[in-house]
Design a binder for this molecule. Structure first.
Ligand code: HAM
Length: 402
């Protein structure tokens, strides 16, 4: 990744650091590799991610390892190993980094992509869900990504999900043979919620009128979802009854942020609640909720950053003058100025051309006359104006002229 793309990534990361800090989040760094079993147990064997998209291989001792396809499972594994889930009432962490999924590459879909991930553990309050969604929207807003749609759904809990699954299975049972794709035909029996997530047009059409989870919520899930929606008052969102997300660990609130401007891969962020995950991985029964943003997709929407020009480009007229120039440039940088000291030996014309290309505000020239009386010729590149001033005053001169 080259500038300006790499600079856009730095901008997204530093903005996340400052916005998330305002909500009490701290940074966590987790490994790129985990035992394959972690992802099978957390994400689910029936998901596309686990069934088709993982980069999995055996290590030298024949243990199965996988390049992480997402961050949540690794974050949970790390927190359980560390014991801090049991220790602290609530923990809030964010992570950055590359993820790996063996998908068919296209615009906005890569095999190595980057996520900014936020996880909040230790509370099942619906206000935590709403606050996290609020944080995500605020973060996107601060970055200047505003033309987005927030989609919400609730996947219920262990109490009400069996009823919904039964209703869905009955619905799929009534669908004619050959309408669902072969994968969904199998999924309809094993994990019918996964059919709602299928992107094939035949399955999208077949699930259009499928039963809605909202009609099967137990009282507690209905109240939870109503509070999330209420707490998001003032934010615009739509309820997407088929938003089950591509990972099996979710319960209750699920959400996605999409934008039509990124093309077919329109989800720029997604997340939800995963209250049973810690326990299913052998940890304490600690509820959690989180989200991840896809950095490549956000980069497609990021407004251009204003160009930040270097202050100076310094040319020494010959090699003997480099030592004095070098010390002078150090003094400029110590005074807060940014720029380049040209150490090349080409023709003066070529080097002046380089100075122009650098987009610096000033070209500084040190020839033998300047070296003799500790002065520097300062050329303002925009106007062509030129002045010879003492090296001691140069930083102040350039600072005042900016
Ligand atoms: P996810 O929806 O699988 O969720 O991924 C989150 C975001 O990562 C997507 O909305 C998308 O922007 C980006 N993304 C996913 N796959 C690709 C790809 N192949 N190329 C480019 N971008 C991609 C998760 O990963 C969950 N772990 C989120 C979460 C955190 N849920 C709770 N906590």
């Amino acid at each position: 990744m080259f500038p300006p793309a790499s600079e856009a990534f730095t901008r997204m990361e530093s903005c996340a650091r400052s916005v998330f800090a305002g909500y009490g989040f701290a940074e966590l760094r987790t490994p790129l590799l985990e035992h394959t079993e972690l992802f099978c147990r957390s994400i689910g064997e029936e998901t596309d991610v686990v069934a088709k998209e993982m980069f999995t291989f055996a290590d030298r001792k024949d243990r199965s390892l996988t390049l992480r396809p997402e961050a949540t499972a690794g974050v949970m594994r790390a927190l359980i190993d560390d014991g801090c889930l049991a220790r602290e009432a609530m923990s809030r962490f964010f992570t950055f980094g590359p993820m790996f999924r063996y998908e068919r590459p296209q615009k906005g879909r890569m095999r190595q992509f980057h996520q900014i991930n936020a996880e909040c553990l230790g509370s099942d309050s619906p206000f935590v869900d709403a606050e996290l969604i609020d944080m995500l929207l605020r973060y996107l807003g601060v970055l200047g990504i505003v033309d987005v749609i927030l989609k919400l759904n609730s996947l219920g809990c262990a109490m009400c999900r069996p009823n919904y699954r039964t209703a869905l299975s009955a619905y799929f049972g009534r669908i004619e043979q050959g309408v669902l794709c072969p994968d969904c035909l199998r999924r309809a029996a094993v994990n019918p919620l996964r059919v709602l997530d299928c992107k094939q047009s035949c399955c999208r059409a077949a699930t259009q009128n499928a039963p809605k989870f909202i009609e099967y919520h137990c009282d507690s899930c209905a109240r939870h979802f109503a509070t999330v929606r209420d707490a998001l008052r003032g934010r615009s969102f739509e309820i997407d009854h088929r938003l089950v997300r591509g990972l099996d660990y979710y319960c209750r609130t699920t959400f996605e942020v999409t934008s039509a401007a990124v093309g077919a891969q329109s989800a720029i962020a997604g997340g939800g609640r995963y209250d049973g995950l810690a326990r299913s991985l052998g940890g304490p029964d600690v509820p959690g909720v989180g989200f991840a943003c896809g950095m490549e997709r956000m980069a497609l929407l990021l407004p251009k950053a204003p160009v930040s020009r270097p202050d100076f480009y310094l040319l020494a007229m010959d090699a003997e003058l480099l030592m004095q120039s070098f010390v002078f440039v150090r003094h400029l940088r110590e005074n807060g100025l940014r720029g380049i000291c040209d150490v090349s030996q080409g023709s003066f014309k070529n080097r002046m051309r380089q100075a122009g290309k650098s987009e610096a505000r000033f070209c500084l020239i040190i020839g033998s006359d300047e070296a003799a009386d500790a002065t520097v010729t300062v050329k303002t590149l925009d106007s062509g104006e030129q002045a010879r001033i003492s090296q001691a005053c140069a930083a102040q001169y350039m600072g005042a002229a900016s």
